[in-house]
Write a protein that binds this ligand. Structure first.
Ligand SMILES: [Zn+2]
Length: 462
């Protein structure tokens, strides 16, 4: 169902992207809203500011029957429809939409005593269509989903490209087209989205062609970082296919694009949010694995000048993979890539999850004494942590065979401030030549990972 027209208008304005060919639009611009030409105040025109088409917001919002309030002092426009509110400020490229911060491509501007906003600001979910006819200087806004004329209608065919297939796997969006086209790609926040617009493109003989004004969706249930991928015919005349990838628990995303014989490939690389936003299902034991350091914090430097953070992550991911095979365990990582969650964030994650076990994984180092070697395991005060430490340590020593430095009380934040049984493993000395050589090997890491898992399972009596 439609949420409200306010979201609709604003998302469409926000998302609207069209190629711009000319300098500022000046004379006799028009805004058509649902087939009706809006009467613009004296001298007010649609303007083109650095390729952003901007429209006077008040006249549009009021014609959509919204309440519009202007605060001269704060230069704020408040638009209200029912319980939905939008707040924009002149000169500020962030708006509030239903209390979420939304980034604008270009800040609202005051021109001739009228506030102008970029024509890119409406929920694509609502399907409000916006188009800009650069030749005739007409903005067309459609707030409903009236059936559009068929695309092979009135002899208005530009050479239209066709989409035949859309797939997503391995962090890649693959779109099969008749011929090469360069899409326009926009990223949006809250939630993190990537909008891919294919100009002069319509749907070909796809398995599922969405009807005009509606959305098709890909099955993304296997991909935890993807909320959904939807595709639609965003507009007609010329046709434009839009694909929106909405991401989940992702703190940032980068992409690479390539085109190959009509195949468009968008390669995503994502960084996960350190904190999951969904509670973990109950019934399973929750094990938080914390790969030490990461991102801007490299940790210590090894004998051959490698970073501890990479060792910690490599081993932790092996532990994760093993724990994922345990039906009674839910494994949560504080990081799965080279990012740096703060220690407080790691603690908070584990505490918020009410985790059953917390294991922080590190490599040790005394560069001034490269002969120092061996495995040591830390706990902080709690008897439960000490018990967990003993069990993991015992398994580690047996499996990896480094010198046994023992189980120790250690005052580290991640084991001190977490509330569950928590340990910090110093698996070996990266500053020691032979420890390091072993620690960097896959065989060693696999053995160590298995030992850590065995210790955790022993502690949890699984
Ligand atoms: Zn460390």
């Amino acid at each position: 169902m439609k949420k409200s027209i306010i979201m609709l208008l604003f998302s469409a304005l926000l998302l609207f992207l069209i190629p711009m060919y000319t300098h500022a639009a000046t004379n006799q611009t028009k805004i058509i809203l649902d087939g009706q030409e809006l009467i613009l105040p004296n001298d007010v025109e649609v303007v083109n500011v650095r390729s952003n088409i901007m429209i006077p917001i008040r006249v549009v919002a009021e014609n959509l029957k919204f309440n519009v309030n202007w605060d001269q002092k704060t230069q704020n426009v408040h638009i209200q429809q029912g319980s939905n509110a939008i707040s924009l400020t002149v000169g500020k490229d962030e708006a509030l939409v239903e209390n979420n911060t939304v980034k604008l491509n270009i800040a609202p501007q005051m021109i001739k005593n009228t506030v102008f906003v970029p024509i890119r600001f409406v929920s694509e979910e609502m399907g409000l269509r916006v188009s800009w006819n650069n030749k005739d200087k007409i903005v067309t806004l459609t707030s409903n989903t009236l059936p559009s004329p068929p695309s092979n209608g009135n002899g208005n065919e530009a050479a239209t490209n066709l989409v035949h297939e859309i797939n997503y796997a391995n962090n890649q969006l693959v779109v099969q087209l008749d011929h090469e086209v360069t899409p326009i790609i926009t990223t949006l926040k809250n939630p993190e989205r990537i909008v891919v617009d294919f100009p002069s493109t319509d749907f070909g003989n796809m398995v599922q062609v969405p009807s005009t004004g509606s959305m098709g969706r890909l099955d993304t249930s296997e991909f935890p970082n993807v909320t959904e991928i939807r595709y639609s015919l965003f507009k007609n005349d010329p046709a434009q296919v839009r694909i929106v990838i909405e991401l989940n628990n992702v703190s940032s995303v980068n992409y690479n694009q390539q085109t190959n014989a009509g195949k468009f490939i968008l390669d995503l690389s994502m960084e996960n949010d350190p904190a999951p936003t969904t509670p973990v299902n109950s019934g399973k034991k929750i094990v938080v694995i914390d790969p030490g350091h990461g991102g801007s914090d490299p940790g210590t430097t090894s004998f051959t000048k490698k970073h501890e953070k990479h060792f910690a992550l490599a081993l932790s991911l092996k532990v994760q993979a093993l724990l994922q095979q345990e039906s009674d365990i839910e494994v949560i990582m504080t990081r799965e890539t080279d990012i740096y969650p703060t220690r407080s964030e790691r603690v908070k994650l584990a505490n918020d999850l009410k985790a059953d076990v917390f294991v922080s994984i590190h490599g040790n180092s005394v560069p001034s004494a490269p002969q120092v070697t061996g495995t040591e395991t830390f706990y902080y005060q709690r008897a439960s942590s000490k018990e967990l430490a003993k069990l993991i340590h015992k398994n580690l020593i047996k499996a990896i065979g480094l010198y046994d430095r023992g189980v120790k009380n250690g005052n580290f934040q991640v084991i001190r401030e977490t509330k569950m049984p928590a340990v910090l493993l110093e698996v070996g000395f990266l500053s020691n030549k032979s420890d390091e050589e072993a620690m960097m090997s896959e065989t060693f890491q696999n053995k160590a990972a298995q030992a850590i898992v065995d210790g955790i399972k022993e502690y949890l009596k699984l």
